[in-house]
Design a protein around this ligand. Structure first.
Ligand SMILES: Cc1cc2nc3c(=O)[nH]c(=O)nc-3n(C[C@H](O)[C@H](O)[C@H](O)COP(=O)(O)O)c2cc1C
Length: 148
């Protein structure tokens, strides 16, 4: 049976959404069954039976968005300890959200993280330079998932 992954992302200007679509496509190309949801549409039930959770969030004010924070609380309540996790996002200069998501998924939720997460600058996304990084990251997540 195919491995199942849930990808939840937030975005304001669309760059992290573009990253999400590329990561989703790369994982699907490796045979992973991926469900992708915008953060406000994601529900605790979406975590049922997943082998991996991938979170995407841009950095605003050196932080993760409230939507993604609330979903990480649902992840903590769900039984996903030991499952594969990965964090990504677009950023302008510091990209703090990726580290926060990565650390929370690892330390609080006990996930087996794809390290390091992927942070891509807005400027790289604007000229398409980030696309191959996203595709490679999706492949890396899939490979970890297939080897577990
Ligand atoms: C109001 C505002 C605050 C921001 N704060 C940060 C920040 O603290 N650190 C950072 O690295 N980028 C920051 N950025 C840049 C965004 O992370 C960047 O534009 C990113 O590509 C947006 O992703 P999105 O299109 O998925 O929303 C900020 C952008 C705006 C508009």
């Amino acid at each position: 049976m195919a491995k199942k992954a849930l990808l939840v992302y937030d975005t304001n200007l669309g760059y992290t959404e573009r990253m999400a679509k590329l990561i989703e496509a790369a994982m699907k190309a490796e045979g992973i069954d991926v469900v992708t949801k915008f953060a406000t549409k994601a529900e605790p039930d979406d975590l049922e039976g997943v082998d991996a959770v991938v979170l995407g969030c841009p950095t605003y004010f050196e932080d993760v968005s409230t939507k993604i924070k609330l979903f990480m609380i649902e992840m903590k309540k769900a039984n996903i300890k030991g499952k594969v996790g990965a964090a990504f996002g677009s950023y302008g200069w510091g990209g703090e959200s990726i580290q926060i998501m990565n650390d929370t998924m690892k330390r609080m939720i006990g996930m087996d993280m794809v390290e390091p997460g992927l942070k891509v600058k807005t400027s790289q996304m604007m000229v398409g330079e980030g696309d191959q990084l996203c595709t490679a990251f999706g492949k890396k997540i899939a490979e970890k998932l297939l080897s577990t």
